[in-house]
Design a protein around this ligand. Sequence first.
Ligand SMILES: [Zn+2]
Length: 493
Amino acid sequence: MLLNRISLLGITTLASLSWASLIFASETAITAGEELDAEQPVLLEIPEEPVIPDTQGKSEAETVAEPPAAAPEPEPDKGTPQAEPAPDEIKADPVAEKKKKQKKAQAKREKAAGAIDSARSGKDKNEAPEEIAIASEPAHKRAPFELLGESVAPASIRHLGWQAGAGFGILDEPTPVLVVHGKDEGPVLCLTGAVHGDEINGIDVVRRVIHGLKPEELQGTVVGVPIVNLPGFRRSSRYLPDRRDLNRYFPGDAKGSLASRIAHSFFNKVILSGCHLLVDVHTGSFHRSNLPQLRADLRDSTIADMVHGFGDISVLQSIGARGTLRRAAAEAGVPSVTIETGEPLRLQPSEVARGVKGIEALMSHLGMTRERRLWRIPQPIYYESRWQRVQRGGILFSKVKLGDRVSIGDVLGTVTDPITNKGVNIVASYNGRVLGRALNQFVMPGFAAFHIGIESSQEELINEIEPEEEASTPAGDVTSETVDNDRPERLPE
Ligand SMILES: [Zn+2]
C-alpha cells in the first residue's frame, strides 16, 4: 500500500505542476497542456499571473510533519465561536432571522429563474433570421458583470482573484476566478473544482468548459474557480492546512475556525455575490473511484431541471452533508448539484470528458449556448444506493468495474489475508449497478468497498425520508476511512 501511495503521489505532483502552470498560463505550461490534451484548444490571454510556489518533491509525509498553520482548537465543531459573542452580536430573534434568510433565498431563486427564462427566450428569438436580428439590435448592450471588485465587459473573458483575507498576511495569495461574460442576457452559472485539494479531475473539467466557451456567443455568464482549495491542492491533500475538510464548513463563519473563515469568504464574495446556479465538481475520496454521477436534491424544482439538463447520467438523490458547498448554496437560494467523476489524485481524461459533456449539455439546456446536438438527449437514470463493506482486513482485489451490473450473490471482489493466504469473497447483497468502488489496496474490516446503485424513479427517491443530520468528516486522519455510511446522503463529496 505504501508503494501504491507513493506512486500515486508522484503522479499527482507531476500532474499538479502541469495543471498549476497551465492554469496560470506560462508558455511552457501551455506546451505541457497540449501534450496532455491535443484536441483541446488552450485559449489564454490573461493578465496578471499569480505565482504558485514550487511544491515539487514535497511528499505527504513531509507535509504532515510540518507545524500546523493554525494551532488546533479544542472544539473542532463547525462555527464554534472563539469567545462569548458581544451583546450587539446576539441575534435578536432566531425565527425572524431564519425567515429573513428564507426570503432572501427565495428572491435569489426567482432572479435565477428570470435569468434562465431570458436566456431561453433569447435563444428562441435568435433561432430564425439570426444575422438580421444581430445587425439590427446593437442598441441593447448588456451591463458589465461585477465580481470581487472588478468589472467584466460583455462578450469578454477575464481572470480575477479571490482572496480569503482570513489574516493570512503575506500568504494570502489570490485564488484564480475565471469569468466568461456573455454578450447576451442569461443566468450566471458557477463551476467549482478542487474544493478537496486532491480531486484534480474537477480542475480540468472547469478549465475545459471555461476555455471552450465563446463569450460573443454566450447568453449569460460562466464563473469558473478551478481550484477552490489552493492550499490543499499544493500539498496534494483533500484538506486545508488546519486539517479540516473545507466542504464541511459552508456557509462559514467570519469569526470561526480557519476553515470557517475561508468558507465564509468564498461563499459571500463569490457564490452569493455572483452565482445563480452552481455545479461543484468532485471525485471519489480515499482511494475510491466513482462512476460519473450527480448528487442533487431533486425536491427543488430548479435543481431537478438542472439534473435533466445533464442528460444521460446517473443521479443520486441527496440533500448533501451539512457544511457542503452544494447544500449551503442551495439553502441560500443558489440551486446546486455536485458532479462526481473518477478518483482523487489522478487526472483521468475520460472522466473529465464526461464531466465536461454534462456541463455543456446543461448550458445548452439552460439556453446559454446553442444546441450542439439535434438528437434527443437521453434522460438521467436515478438510483438509490448502498455501500458494501469488507468484513475482514487484507488485500482487496476488485472483480467488477465501475458501471457493471451486478446481481445478489455475484462476487464483487476478494480480500486475502497476506499472512495466512486465506481469502474471502465479497458477495453482492443487492441487484444494481457499481457506482463506486475501492481501488485495489490493503483494507481494514468495515472498509466501504463497493457502492451499489439500485435503480429507482425520481419520485421514489424524493419521497424517501432522509435523516436530518449527518456526521461531519473528522479531518484529523487522512488515512482512515471516515465518512461513508450505508446511506447515499452520507457520501463524502
Ligand atoms: Zn470531494
